[in-house]
Design a protein around this ligand. Sequence first.
Ligand SMILES: [Zn+2]
Length: 364
Amino acid sequence: MTGEIKRTVTTLADGRELIYFDETDDACRTGSDDRVLPPPPAASELRHDPLLDEWVAIAAHRQTRTHLPPAAECPLCPSRAGHLGEIPAPDYDVAVFENRFPSFSHRGEQVPPTMLPEFVPSRPGTGRCEVVCFTSSHDTSFAGLTSRRVRTVMEAWADRTAELSGLPGVEQVFCFENRGEEIGVTLHHPHGQIYGYPFVTPRTRRMLASARSYAESNDGADLFAAVLAAEQSGERVVAANAHWTAFVPAFARWPFEVHLYPHRKVADLAALSDAERAAFGPVYLDVLRRLDGLFGVPMPYVSGWQQAPVRIDRHLAYLHLQLFTPRRAPGRLKYLAGSEAAMGVFINDVRPEDAARMLREVSV
Ligand SMILES: [Zn+2]
């Protein structure tokens, strides 16, 4: 099936790359981007927080990015007479392009360094940020895609993971989707993003440090595999098939949080087999439809792939997806307030066992 997807690389008016992933061989991708666009913005600036040992990206240019435009001006819809968007084609299946307002980039000019205290190292925010359009239909959602389309999205994710991993300076690739205005989404068209970070993210560093100490005290055993094995037959499973299991982890911090693991340990999306790629859609769509069905209104969520860093600790990592919603009840959101935002201590209002049961009971 991989061979059935046609991949075409083109260039937008300001030099950014656009890649089509088409489900049919006869897709014609010769349309050119006729817009007049300003040059890419200056790169962001990375500053190191010496207190937390974490990088912060300062990307002031993002203040001007497109914010909730009316549907007729959606930049992710196919282009037509009178409306030229980011995708210069009358239709498409899956399209990926470099973000016009990137948090990390190797294109824009470098900002002159600011005078900072010597214990706050800074460097240019090089890297790459891409947008993934899941469908040309404006008024749907990921949950509304077919399994076939999810398979195509997976091919795009795997392709971009492999490609971005090969770029100079990229240390980790993160494929994710923010859904819903409650999460801060600025465009309604179904889309996700891919970040090629110029460092290993703090969350991944901590998870891999935990995996390392677990292996050291358990004869080399794998922490992620142990979590999956413990959950697989238990009361917190939400959905499963021969290759994947989705469950609410016993230690969930969000009211409704689901982790989705392949049964075979792999480092990243590019390492999944054809059978595993094909089997992901049915389980993931089932989870998303349960979330949407839970309160009878589209559920806001953040869904992201935990992948191995590009260069280090790859043997410790176990690819999996983590998804959560801040909605804890109809019309009620969980906000990251004092304890969560200031101290990193989550107070979860819903027992993970109840969350799993509620999701299983949704009829889809
Ligand atoms: Zn649109």
